[in-house]
Design a protein around this ligand. Structure first.
Ligand code: ARG
Length: 459
């Protein structure tokens, strides 16, 4: 019992089970290097400000560096009775360098310490996540560039609607992932302020220099209110929100890949490395990776709700409830990183079945809107044009014909505005390439967007 830094006020040892129940070391140990990084900056600042002696700071920093090396090498025994990563490291420091180690916690509390550690940790993870988002954007862009002449059915209600370029479809995801990266970069901006110096809640009586510590640790500035500093977890919530939106996007792409790689669509082939077989049906190649990413979206949403519910109605300032912020946050980080990493590779290697897409695009009267637009250009109001083409499609269904297969006389039954040049408008290529305005699916419009994406990525 005597090893606990706070044992002074207590007369009885903590119940073993309570000790385990209240401990966070099993999960917060992953922040050890950030805890040490923060402590080193804090110790140096204490010496600069004359709060501890320079030699004392040197001894403390030396001890912390040795502990860092030990943990890195796997030579550190974490103790549940020392509750969390902060007390594990501090206790080890005192064991190593003696009583002077006890000076490290001057002008500091675990409340501002943990707020600092989580920010430092998430900041590095965010940078890694931004790297993976960039790789996924690159893979999507490369698929667009490599398949510029591939036409696929565009859907609404999962019913064939109008033909689009496969490249256009890939660029839709490029846009989504670009916004996801923007949201993550935004989280980073608001996260990057330094909370240390808030103490337990009210600030500290010591003449500390928070700005100096912030600079040492690469923060853009310091937090402005001590109560807020120790009780704010907005940055974790923002990250979990941005992650939920990102996973929602990945789940949509997953769903499409699952459909597209089925025998019924057969639009793409995911390379063997991303699929598994069935133990009973020898013909099967299952799209496990997109299925799992689709499934994992649920836990990321769940983590956001856990965190929101955890923070709801908490009075200021720190409450032990907040120790529960770590597992949902860490799980979100792990899930998002894993999903992005595997998706970037899977998209890069995905094989496209251009012919099957084209055949499917020709089915389902996908150029019907082009006939309607044609008669509108000849002067018919759009609502009447819709009616004309509706009847044309019904005729096609009854006579088992596709729109481009109709003779000119067959066309003319529905409107005498239709002339021989109709055939220039109802092919797949003509339909696609007619949609030239910015953001449309015409090859020239898509090429413009690819160029634009390439340019913005160079910056
Ligand atoms: N392990 C704690 C947490 O994660 C650290 C802060 C503890 N502070 C306290 N006053 N008990 O929230």
């Amino acid at each position: 019992m005597s090893e606990k830094p706070w044992a002074g006020r207590f007369t009885q040892p903590t119940d073993k089970f309570v000790e385990e129940f209240t401990a966070s070391i099993d999960f917060d140990k992953r922040m050890y290097s950030y805890d040490i990084q923060g402590s080193i900056a804090h110790a140096r600042m204490l010496a600069r400000q004359g709060i501890i002696a320079a030699e004392e700071a040197d001894t403390i920093v030396g001890g912390l560096e040795a502990i860092l090396a030990d943990i890195d090498a796997g030579n550190f025994e974490f103790s549940v009775s020392l509750e969390d990563i902060h007390m594990n490291i501090e206790a080890r420091l005192i064991e190593r360098i003696g009583a002077v180690g006890g000076k490290l916690h001057t002008a500091r509390s675990r409340n501002d310490q943990v707020a600092l550690d989580v920010r430092l940790y998430l900041r590095d993870e965010l940078k890694e996540i931004l790297g993976y988002l960039d790789k996924l954007q690159e893979a999507l862009l490369a698929q667009a560039e490599g398949n510029l002449s591939v036409i696929m059915p565009g859907y609404t209600h999962l019913q064939t609607a109008q033909p689009v370029l496969f490249a256009h479809h890939m660029l839709a995801y490029y846009e989504m992932v670009k916004r996801d990266a923007g949201r993550m970069a935004d989280v980073l901006k608001r996260l990057n302020v330094m909370p240390l110096g808030a103490g337990a809640l009210a600030g500290t009586t010591f003449p500390i220099d928070r700005e100096w510590v912030a600079e040492q640790l690469g923060f853009d500035g310091v937090t402005r209110n001590s109560l807020d500093s120790v009780s704010d977890r907005d940055f974790a919530l923002e990250f979990c929100s941005a992650s939920s939106i990102l996973m929602m996007h990945l789940s949509r792409l997953s769903e499409e890949l699952i459909l597209w790689s089925s025998a019924d669509f057969d639009f793409v082939e995911l390379t063997d490395a991303f699929c598994t077989g069935s133990s009973i049906m020898p013909q099967k190649k299952n799209p496990d990776v997109p299925e799992l990413v689709r499934g994992k979206t649920g836990r990321v949403y769940g983590n956001l709700i856990s965190l929101l519910t955890l923070m709801k109605s908490l009075p200021l300032a720190y409450n032990k409830d907040m120790q529960e912020d770590k597992e949902p946050l860490f799980d979100t980080i792990d899930t998002v990183k894993g999903s992005l990493k595997i998706f970037a590779d899977m998209i890069a290697e995905m094989k496209v079945r251009a012919e099957n897409m084209r055949v499917a695009a020709a089915r389902g009267f996908s150029t019907a809107t082009d006939v309607a637009d044609y008669v509108v250009r000849k002067g018919l109001p759009f609502r009447q044009a819709h009616e004309v083409v509706g009847k044309t499609v019904r005729y096609c269904i009854e006579n088992k014909k596709d729109i481009p297969e109709l003779s000119i006389d067959e066309f003319k039954q529905f409107s005498d505005l239709i002339a021989d040049d109709i055939y220039d408008y109802v092919t797949l290529d003509a339909s696609v390439n007619a949609r030239r305005a910015t953001g449309g699916t015409a090859r020239e419009a898509v090429e413009r967007e690819i160029k634009r994406a390439r340019n913005e990525r160079k910056k």
